[in-house]
Design a protein around this ligand. Structure first.
Ligand SMILES: *Cc1c(COP(=O)(O)O)cnc(C)c1O
Length: 353
């Protein structure tokens, strides 16, 4: 605490990101990065953008990138907002749409309570079931806004589209917004996405290029919603920073969005590896929550979470542990390459004994 900090800063409890060790030190399964490289077309586009034009400010409305996203998701560019990682998009969305008494699951992305603190928004956390599933009916209560990821993090469980739309319809009657954070939707069965929103004006989906697009290092996220929601996000952004995405990020992200063939291929590989690892872990007696994401939420037989974490680290493997009620005995394990997951499974075989 410093007396130079104002009241607001003193009250903040910031998010703590997963560890980023120096290259090659560990098998890194702790931040849900993609184990495969981005499309070669992305690197070409970034190299081409690293030119004399860097002396000029980037396009403040990110026109080319928004057109690429609109084309791919079947919406208009006016229904697309882009930001410096989806974390920034989410921060702007909290500021644009939520007043007080918002709802999100008790077990979910741990950045949500942080944004609520930043903007002074009160919240209620709604318990997920014992099997970590979200029951949509729990959200049909008066509220000032709702947000959750689908698939949820860190559990990996997902909600069918009918349930999402049922919540959105309820919110529509209240005149409130539903935000669905689709960071992991590309890895879900049928790529289930609420982007279409069923024509509802109060449903915003938030997306990232950090996971399925292998571009965590580029910092690009986006939101899709009605024009009025997108205009709300632009109002907040343009009261903060007109140029949140630099020239390299805009060029690289547009190239990624256009190369769906490449990304279909690596997504299929991640899903195939996930299914193989799930089967092996279950056979070894681990508890594995059914996952539709690029990570698993698991418990080792008879081994407390913190001990399992340390045992993996001693074997050169980094995963994520959340020291929180209900999930302290679980670890979240990102899906790596087949070789990385074989090393992980070998370590689990030793630890589980
Ligand atoms: C990774 C993640 C994000 C953040 O993505 P960035 O675009 O890298 O900021 C947002 N929401 C959830 C649920 C995530 O897991």
């Amino acid at each position: 605490m410093s007396s130079y900090w104002n009241q607001r800063t003193q009250k903040l409890s910031p998010y703590i990101p997963g560890e980023q060790p120096r290259d090659g030190e560990f098998i890194k399964l702790n931040t849900n990065e993609n184990p495969y490289p981005p499309s070669p077309k992305v690197i070409e586009a970034i190299k081409a953008a690293a030119a004399d034009t860097m002396r000029l400010y980037p396009d403040p409305v990110c026109g080319e990138l928004r057109e690429a996203i609109a084309g791919r998701y079947g919406v208009t560019p006016e229904q697309v907002f882009v930001g410096n990682g989806s974390d920034e998009v989410l921060a702007f969305a909290f500021g644009a749409f939520f007043d007080q008494d918002i709802l999100f699951p008790d077990i979910t992305y741990s950045f949500y309570p942080v944004y609520a603190g930043l903007w002074d928004i009160s919240f209620r956390s709604i318990p997920v079931s014992d099997d970590f599933s979200i029951n949509y009916k729990d959200y049909l209560i008066p509220n000032g806004g709702i947000i959750f990821p689908n698939p949820n993090a860190p559990t990996g469980r997902s909600l069918p589209l009918e349930d999402i739309f049922a919540i959105a319809s309820y919110q529509e009657k209240l005149g409130k917004v539903l935000i669905v954070d689709e960071a992991y939707a590309a890895f879900a069965a049928g790529r289930v996405s609420a982007v279409s929103s069923g024509g509802r004006h109060n449903l915003l989906t938030v997306h990232t290029l950090s996971k399925a697009f292998s571009l965590a290092g580029l910092r690009v996220g986006f939101a899709i919603g009605s024009e009025e929601l997108i205009e709300g996000l632009n109002r907040v952004k343009d009261s903060f920073n007109s140029y949140t995405l630099d020239r390299l990020a805009q060029a690289g992200a547009a190239a990624a969005i256009r190369d769906s063939d490449y990304y279909e291929g690596i997504t299929a590989k991640v899903i195939a590896t996930r299914e193989r690892v799930v089967a092996t872990l279950i056979a070894q007696g681990f508890t594995v929550i059914p996952s539709e994401a690029n990570f698993l939420f698991i418990q080792a037989p008879g081994k407390p979470g913190p001990e399992f974490l340390v045992a993996l680290r001693e074997r050169g493997i980094l995963v994520r542990h959340f020291n929180k009620p209900r999930i302290a005995d679980y670890l979240r394990v990102s899906i790596g390459t087949d070789e990385e997951m074989d090393a992980f499974l070998a370590a689990c075989g030793e630890i589980g004994k």
